[in-house]
Design a protein around this ligand. Structure first.
Ligand code: AMP
Length: 586
């Protein structure tokens, strides 16, 4: 018993530590930068920029440039190819994370190391401590819809996987999660199973087996929770039957999952009847989650940003169970913890941890929409100078820049955040959007470049038929269920049905972002839709912009038309000649 208490995180102590570092955020930032630069003073990248062992913010900012992933790609590639010299860091990088988004159609590599693992657990502990004050968890289990993808080996033999997979596979992970009372109720074979559908089914089955012990229902992104309970609604009778006679559905074919599940599952007709009756009494599955898990205290997952559209469905399944929006970070590193757990997800903010990285902020004086509409500013825009963590202003929007312990220096993450207030002297950020993101339905993220590459690939099929693509744009349809990508094409000529279907499949398959491909495979994103427009539609769009005051010479077709841009969307939708849906993912 004593051992158990010793292994548990003491939430009050964690809060005390967080309060201390955030009271002195400016000094802690300087100290953090000093540590990062000292540890990596011999890294080729820092030497090349002439830092010469200096560790103060002024030298750092004057020597080291702001960069995007593209600028670091060749360094990271060398590491992935097996260069063990001090390329970006003092200690060699041994693991690679596959970040969302792509570079030239290939998944994006970023370095992962033990410090990033430490940061992950520090963030988890911090938000857990504040949540636990309001909604204490007992000694139970967590029903976590988590899926570890396979790690691949890079050319140089480094393990590469999504950042979550790297975290889940870390030797410390289980112990650390237990310490914050978030021990997953499913065996590893289910978490790391080769088939998402089988894993989802078994996560649900494990949750039901331990239903009285489940204290918490969670996932990384809220979309997975909604998806899992949609699976439940589809298979609930089969799940009940499995519990009744201690069998496992024949749809679970993976031998390692079957073997692991057989150790857990045993006949329990009383439990099966209870679950069956509870489900039978629900109206349209409202309050499903508390009906299944009577001791669950809350639901946890990232619910902000591109997850907001799923809140309605989540609330339907959750009833009065509180929704807790999880923390803010990226494969490139963590940023802030949700320390105001009582705020609804729509208002969730993230207090920056000043000791996990060095943060800078580029002020964005205009809203992103204004910037996109303002063509002239594209030519004249000079990025304003970044400001430090404690210099940001409440109400202002910024692009965030990260320097971390894993070899990223002044790295433009590409996210736009808004400062909503301060927690002591560290800012509380609201996530606004991805700066370059065009298409997103759930965990997928595709940029203008990705769209362009996909259109280019499909366009070749048109060219084979001597047909020409006049112009194109896109739209993420979030109204239909599940959401899907719509690509609008204007073609010079008459394409056969067969050619259009081929183009549509090619477009769908050419989006190689891991989030998109995995969502398509599990049908969390519907088939891509290709809509062929009547001739002259893009002219009408140009006319529309010109009538709004845009300069013809500088006009650029918007490559993605959001729901807010209703007039342009209306022009597009009312000029559709033909349409087809991809069959690429079956
Ligand atoms: P990835 O590169 O797959 O790790 O995705 C990281 C990106 O996901 C971030 O740069 C954000 O755009 C988004 N993201 C992460 N956490 C949150 C959050 N709490 N709210 C909204 N978006 C988030």
């Amino acid at each position: 018993m004593l051992e158990k208490i010793k292994d548990q995180v003491n939430p009050e102590k964690v809060i005390e530590e967080f309060e201390a570092v955030t009271k002195d955020a400016g000094r802690v930032q300087k100290e953090t930068l000093r540590k990062i630069l000292e540890e990596n003073s011999d890294a080729e990248y820092l030497l090349k920029h002439g830092l010469d062992g200096r560790t103060d913010p002024e030298s750092f900012k004057s020597c080291v440039p702001l960069v995007t992933h593209k600028d670091l790609e060749s360094y990271i590639q060398r590491i992935a190819d097996g260069d063990t010299s001090q390329v970006l860091t003092g200690k060699p990088i041994t693991t690679i994370s596959l970040s969302s988004g792509t570079t030239q159609g290939k998944p994006k590599f970023v370095p992962f190391n033990d410090e990033l693992m430490d940061n992950t657990m520090q963030i988890y502990r911090t938000s857990f401590a504040y949540r636990n004050r309001e909604f204490p968890l007992g000694n139970g289990k967590a029903l976590q819809f988590v899926y570890g993808s396979k790690q691949i080996l890079t050319k140089g033999g480094l393990a590469a996987g999504t950042a979550t997979t790297n975290v889940f596979r870390h030797p410390r992970f289980k112990k650390d999660m237990k310490a914050i009372r978030s021990q997953c109720c499913s065996p590893d074979e289910v978490i790391f199973g080769p088939d998402f559908h089988q894993s989802s089914y078994c996560h649900l089955l494990c949750g039901l087996m331990y239903r009285e012990e489940v204290q918490l229902v969670s996932s990384t992104f809220a979309h997975s929770i909604v998806h899992a309970f949609e699976t439940f609604v589809q298979y609930w009778e089969e799940l009940c039957a499995n519990i009744r006679d201690g069998s496992l559905s024949s749809r679970i074919t993976d031998p390692s999952i079957r073997s692991a599940m057989s150790k857990i599952i045993h006949p329990d007709p009383v439990k099966a009847d209870l679950i069956y009756n509870r489900c039978s009494n629900l109206s349209n599955w409202y309050r499903l989650i508390p009906a299944l898990f009577p001791n669950a205290k809350y639901i946890l997952g990232i619910m902000t940003g591109s997850m907001l559209p799923y809140l309605k469905k989540l609330r339907h399944y959750a009833g009065e169970l509180p929704l807790m929006s999880a923390d803010y970070g990226a494969s490139e590193g963590w940023i802030g913890a949700n320390v105001n757990p009582k705020l609804p997800p729509e208002l969730a903010t993230f207090a920056v941890l000043p000791d996990i990285g060095y943060f800078e902020f580029i002020p964005l004086n205009k809203s992103i929409e204004e910037q996109e509409q303002d063509d002239e500013s594209d030519f004249l825009r000079i990025e304003p100078k970044p400001v430090g963590l404690t210099e940001v202003k409440v109400g202002e929007e910024y692009e965030i820049i990260v320097t971390n312990f894993a070899g990223l220096y002044r790295y433009r993450l590409g996210d736009v955040v808004k400062v909503t207030g301060f927690h002591n002297s560290t800012p509380e950020l609201q996530f606004i959007c991805r700066r370059n993101l065009l298409l997103t339905v759930n965990i997928d993220k595709n940029t203008e470049k990705d769209l362009q590459l996909s259109v280019e690939a499909a366009q070749r099929l048109l060219a084979d038929e001597k047909l020409e693509l006049v112009d194109f744009t896109s739209h993420a349809d979030l109204v239909s269920e599940p959401g899907h990508y719509v690509i609008f094409w204007e073609i010079n000529g008459e394409a056969s049905e067969e050619v259009l279907n081929e183009c549509c499949n090619c477009l769908d398959q050419s989006f190689v972002d891991a989030g998109y491909v995995s969502s398509r495979k599990v049908k969390a994103i519907g088939p891509l839709e290709l809509r062929v427009l009547k001739r002259g539609t893009f002219q009408k769009i140009l006319d529309h912009y010109v009538s709004m005051g845009a300069a013809v010479s500088q006009f650029k077709t918007p490559r993605c038309v959001g729901a807010k841009n209703s007039q342009v969307l209306q022009i597009l939708c009312s000029n559709v000649d033909r349409k087809c849906f991809s069959t690429a993912f079956g």
